[in-house]
Design a protein around this ligand. Structure first.
Ligand SMILES: Nc1ncnc2c1ncn2[C@@H]1O[C@H](COP(=O)(O)OP(=O)(O)OP(=O)(O)O)[C@@H](O)[C@H]1O
Ligand SMILES: [Mg+2]
Length: 169
């Protein structure tokens, strides 16, 4: 089984890309894991930081649950498992075959974040995270097979083909 993680700054298009990838790979046995569902199901929200309008997640526990899930899917002979989350890159590299990092032009990202009605501070924090490529630098330290996908202008067939090559190649 190949495990593909999709990470990146909030609103850079992880879920949109993951869903398109699932559709593109649909003839193969592919599964998409919604990490937000897991976080809620297992009560992994530690605390709420009001100033950042953000929940602190127990990433150690999350990793353990994700690893269990990967093991289960391997046994079930799933061919491709896609894990969509800005926390997915904390998984140890031995469980990951490809790390996709979604990126987005700052103007576009600002408009996407505003559309979600995020407060000014949260919009600023996420824009800063994108400017400093925080997730990319974190992911680079852990994973060797990385691909950055710019979603500013949407995802076309060529992008999906390119990702498939990274997965199968
Ligand atoms: N490829 C794309 N083409 C057009 N719009 C996009 C694309 N990717 C993302 N968007 C838009 O940007 C917004 C955020 O996208 P999405 O939910 O996929 O981001 P995300 O990275 O999964 O966010 P989060 O970290 O909060 O889960 C949505 O309104 C979506 O419509
Ligand atoms: Mg998402």
């Amino acid at each position: 089984m190949k495990t593909i993680i999709v990470t990146g700054t909030p609103c850079t298009g992880k879920s949109t890309l993951s869903k398109k990838l699932v559709k593109y790979l649909q003839r193969l046995q592919v599964k998409l894991l919604d990490v937000n569902l897991i976080i809620n199901k297992h009560g992994l929200k530690w605390s709420y930081e009001k100033s950042r309008d953000t929940y602190i997640i127990d990433t150690k526990k999350l990793n353990k649950i994700l690893i269990d899930y990967i093991t289960k899917e391997k046994k079930a002979k799933t061919a491709y498992l896609i894990i969509d989350s800005h926390l997915s890159h904390y998984l140890p590299s031995k469980y990951v075959n490809l790390c996709i990092i979604t990126t987005c032009n700052l103007k576009k990202l600002q408009s996407r974040l505003r559309k979600r009605n995020y407060g000014l501070a949260k919009v600023r924090e996420n824009l800063d995270a994108e400017i400093f490529e925080i997730i990319y630098h974190e992911a680079k330290q852990l994973h060797s097979k990385l691909v950055k996908i710019d979603t500013t202008k949407g995802i076309n067939l060529n992008t999906l083909k390119k990702i498939k090559k990274h997965i199968t190649g």
